[in-house]
Design a protein around this ligand. Structure first.
Ligand SMILES: O=C(O)CCC(=O)C(=O)O
Length: 488
């Protein structure tokens, strides 16, 4: 249509009557005239009060926090200002250029670092109005403290950390029997090893059995030098014990996964983990966001890089062995990950906690990855795997790597391999460090059960899924389990 192809700018300049296509006929949200013109329906909040560097009294901060909570949980929208409005003539809030607001926006990002929903900042039509696309869970006064701070002051964990009940048994319900997690010498699977085929077959059978029962084993003979593993734990510890301001240089933004921070809050009922984390993408190498890689300690980057390269080799050996253990065609699993599969590292820091009977370092979960390889603390245990309906301690073997499968391998193996539930306990006097690395397929690749593993006796259990990470996140927010939702 002729008029339709004109731009709104053109029509406006000529003061033309808007064509039919622009005319709002009816709307389930009320007519255009039915708006409330009263000013003040959109709250104005002075967010400078939340800045760490201000010296407002706690009552003032609490009032403004309450105003913020109320604004976001009613309209989901507010206008922010910074400091008290001065009497003398100055520009209105809404007319400042957005770049002058960036410190304000930083404060807001800090404040809402628990928010799962990206905060959209609109600078054109709504001018500097900060608009939150959905209700967010705001940190209570206690929640905004880090677990490190609370641990140093031996504070009682706030309610948000207390595990109330669990369908998988209470915190105390663990079985301390050691040795139930198999130990596998993966050197036997490497091409350069000179083991006879009987030995290889025995170890492959052990691998198949471990992965199809508990979904977890401890790998020895992986070839990564013990000195490198020790250094990795050491730089992790050096980073986490830095002052808060230093660590906050690497803080994860509200809508991001990478960076330093605590548990991401995605639902109001979520029980928080007594741990801090630093999450970094290590492969593909060109997707590394080095601004999140700590400068301090100075050898952090090199040590992580060296570990990651060696670990990639270990993961390749594991894929091949897993395929062989099920008599699959070579590449049945690995090809589903793609040439640019992801490896993400998560450094976990668990400070001592005064209530290990009521608080978990990490709540029970299965990993959404394909395969997870975990370097445990060399002294302090805490990791437990849910196997045969009970929680089993994973013993500390200082230079072994704990391998546990993730949900995507359970799907690819058509349910033969298991992605185990696991959790981490806290303790009263020792801090614990671990480094988990997650291998995931390229997000655009569709994954699904390997055809060779589908037959009449074992029909296809799962449908094909693309971008499992996003699917998993969506399910979690709705209180659903991704593996269940992927079932046919
Ligand atoms: O710290 C551990 O032992 C386990 C960590 C873990 O489960 C995770 O990072 O997902």
């Amino acid at each position: 249509m002729d008029t339709f192809s004109k731009s709104v700018e053109e029509m406006s300049i000529n003061s033309e009557e808007p064509p039919q296509e622009y005319v709002v006929k009816d709307c389930s949200f009320g007519s255009i005239e039915s708006s409330d013109p009263s000013p003040g329906s959109i709250p104005v909040i002075d967010i400078s009060i939340f800045s760490l560097s201000t010296s407002h009294d706690p009552k003032e901060v609490e009032n403004e926090l309450e105003k913020l909570r109320s604004a976001l949980s009613s309209g989901g929208c507010f206008q922010c200002c910074r400091g008290k409005k001065k009497k003398k003539k100055r520009k209105k809030y809404g007319q400042r250029p957005l770049d002058r607001w960036s410190p304000t926006l930083d404060i807001l990002a800090q404040l809402t670092r628990f928010a799962p929903i990206p905060i959209a900042l609109y600078s054109c039509n709504t001018r500097d109005t900060v608009y939150v696309t959905d209700s967010i869970v705001l940190p209570s006064a206690e929640m905004s403290k880090s677990v490190e701070e609370m641990s140093i002051n031996s504070e009682e964990p706030p309610q948000e950390y207390i595990v109330k009940d669990s369908s998988f048994g209470s915190i105390q319900s663990s079985d301390p029997s050691l040795g139930s997690i198999p130990i596998i010498d993966i050197n036997i699977f490497s091409l350069s090893s000179s083991h006879d085929s009987k030995e290889v077959d025995n170890e492959l059978e052990k691998l198949r059995s471990a992965l199809s029962s508990g979904g977890c084993f401890q790998a020895i003979g992986h070839g990564i030098p013990s000195s490198l593993l020790d250094k990795l734990r050491e730089v992790a510890k050096q980073f986490f014990v830095l002052p808060a301001e230093e660590k906050h240089k690497y803080s994860r933004a509200a809508n991001e996964v990478e960076g330093y921070g605590q548990d991401r809050v995605v639902s109001e009922k979520q029980i928080l983990d007594w741990s801090s984390r630093l999450s970094l993408k290590v492969f593909p190498e060109d997707q590394r966001r080095l601004n999140f890689w700590p400068e301090n300690p100075s050898d952090f980057k090199d040590i992580l890089h060296e570990y990651a390269v060696k670990l990639k080799g270990v993961m390749d050996i594991l894929f091949e062995a897993m395929e062989k253990s099920l008599n699959l065609v070579e590449g049945s699993f690995s090809s589903q990950f793609g040439d640019n599969s992801l490896i993400k590292a998560r450094f976990n820091f668990y400070p001592p906690c005064s209530r290990p009977d009521m608080v978990l370092g990490v709540k029970a979960h299965s990993d959404r990855s394909g395969t997870t390889v975990l370097l445990q603390d060399d002294e302090v245990g805490g990791l437990q795997i849910f196997k045969d309906d009970k929680w089993i301690n994973v013993p500390v073997i200082p230079h072994a790597l704990v391998v546990n499968l993730g949900d995507q391998m359970q799907i690819m193996s058509n349910g033969i391999f298991k992605s185990p539930l696991h959790r981490v306990l806290t303790n009263t006097d020792k801090l614990r460090i671990s480094v988990a690395t997650f291998n995931e397929p390229e997000p655009d690749k569709e994954i699904g059960p390997v055809e060779q593993l589908i037959d009449e006796k074992r029909p296809r259990l799962y449908r094909n899924v693309k971008n499992f990470a996003a699917f998993n996140y969506e399910c979690f927010q709705k209180g659903k389990v991704a593996l269940e939702e992927a079932k046919i």
